[in-house]
Design a binder for this molecule. Structure first.
Ligand code: AMP
Ligand code: MG
Length: 407
């Protein structure tokens, strides 16, 4: 049997970050930037008003008060989007809207609430200091600033900044495309009726969404029966759009476990027994003309999911160029005692929480690798080393955190 470390190392070997491509902003969400972004403009691009009101020379309104208002002629209107008007003469005001360019000469904006709202003349009943309600050009970004650096993961706020400086596309590493299929002649689609030994395919939904959560573009191909020819044809059809293929089921030693048989015809795939629970039978290798990486995960849903978390998620993260490829780990006190198999690393489903400022974890009862309800309640995996057979109540354990939301 191979250790988890040995298998993980062979999974990651030869996996290289995908080459950058030009992406439209909306397609770049979740991708890693592959260039430094230099602003070709100031932001704000021009001095503008942060209020609806009147642009003035502040000295003209220095004496204004409710009992002693200042009356100024209104020489025009500047809506947002209009190009700046000519210089504002001293002793005059111009109506200005939020975001509209400030005319030269004006140094402050009197908000409309401090005025009578006049159109030809305006009565101003409060003073404003120079600079009031004015957003200065370049106070946010200066032309030539490096606003984002290579390696930054592009989320909504970064994409908003790119658009604000006028960029419509960027050089970024694309998301890996992951093709997911379930093998098993017993499988039927959720939503259809399952009779006589049939079960609903859950793995491909579990793994497709887990791959998306890891940052991939995942395609659920769905169910392929345990027929070598059909499996072979399906995988060959899908290779064209895959950076990675993930299958579940068919890797045990049963008479209809066809995955092993088919892989030898597609490429080089090694099948190993890994000293872990769940997830002992694992296959990995490369197939097709482009030597596309493939992972063949065991069929039990919990085994498939744990295998994905331990081996496939780091591979997806590495393809993405992510800064961190592993899940965060914490140490926690186990709220109940439990036993663990000798010679295997156990990944027990856990409910992780915080009590009195320290992490505590409750192992979930049903640890059988077919039990999907406890998997759904888990927010973490408790990692019990190979040489530990008993975790006592209150004992310290290592916990892989799957979700930020703790119990
Ligand atoms: P296998 O590795 O193909 O022998 O499958 C092991 C167990 O997992 C069997 O009980 C299968 O019925 C079950 N299983 C396999 N694939 C799936 C799937 N896609 N969804 C749910 N259960 C599955
Ligand atoms: Mg099967």
């Amino acid at each position: 049997m191979k250790s988890v470390e040995e298998h993980l190392a062979s999974c990651l070997r030869g996996i290289e970050v995908l080459s950058p491509i030009e992406l439209q902003l909306l397609d770049a969400q979740g991708c890693v930037l592959a260039e430094d972004i230099v602003a070709s403009t100031d932001l704000p691009v021009f001095d503008n008003s942060s209020m609806d009101g009147y642009a003035v020379h502040s000295v003209d309104v220095a004496s204004a008060s409710p009992t002693n208002p200042v009356l100024l002629p209104v020489v025009g209107d500047i809506p947002a989007g209009s190009s700046a008007m000519q210089r504002l003469a001293p002793g005059t005001a111009v109506r200005i809207m939020t975001g509209a360019p400030l005319p030269a000469g004006a140094d402050a904006v009197v908000q409309v609430e401090l005025t009578d709202g006049g159109v030809a003349k305006v009565s101003i009943n409060g003073a404003v200091p120079a600079g009031r309600h004015v957003r200065r050009g370049g106070d946010d970004v200066l032309r030539g600033d490096v606003v984002l650096t290579t390696g930054t993961r592009l989320g909504p706020r970064q994409i908003g900044l790119l658009a604000a400086i006028g960029r419509d596309r960027v050089l970024a590493r694309p998301k890996p495309r992951v093709v997911v299929l379930s093998t098993g002649s017993e499988l039927v689609e959720p939503g259809s009726s399952a009779a006589g030994g049939q079960i609903w395919d859950s793995n491909s939904f579990l793994i497709t969404t887990a791959a998306r959560e890891a940052g991939a573009v995942a395609f659920r191909i769905g169910i392929v029966p345990d027929e070598p020819k059909q499996l072979l044809d399906t995988i060959e059809d899908q290779l064209i759009r895959a950076d990675l293929v993930v299958t579940t089921g068919g890797v045990s030693v049963g008479a209809y476990d066809v995955v092993k048989e088919v892989m030898s015809r597609l490429g080089t795939v090694e099948f190993d027994r890994i000293s872990m629970q769940p997830g002992m039978p694992q296959g990995r290798g490369v197939i097709g003309p482009d030597r596309t990486p493939i992972f063949t995960l065991p069929g039990n849903p919990v085994s498939a999911y744990v295998s994905f978390e331990v081996f496939v998620r780091p591979v997806i993260r590495q393809l993405l160029g992510a800064k961190t490829i592993y899940r965060p780990e914490v140490r926690a006190a186990s709220l109940t005692g439990f036993s663990s198999p000798a010679g295997k690393r156990q990944f027990a489903r856990g409910a992780l929480g915080v009590e009195d400022g320290r992490y505590v974890v409750t192992p979930l009862d049903g640890q059988g690798s077919h039990r999907v309800r406890d998997l759904a309640y888990a927010n973490s995996l408790i990692v019990v080393p190979e040489d530990v057979t008993e975790v006592p109540e209150g004992g310290t354990v290592k916990v892989m955190v799957l979700e930020r939301r703790l119990t």
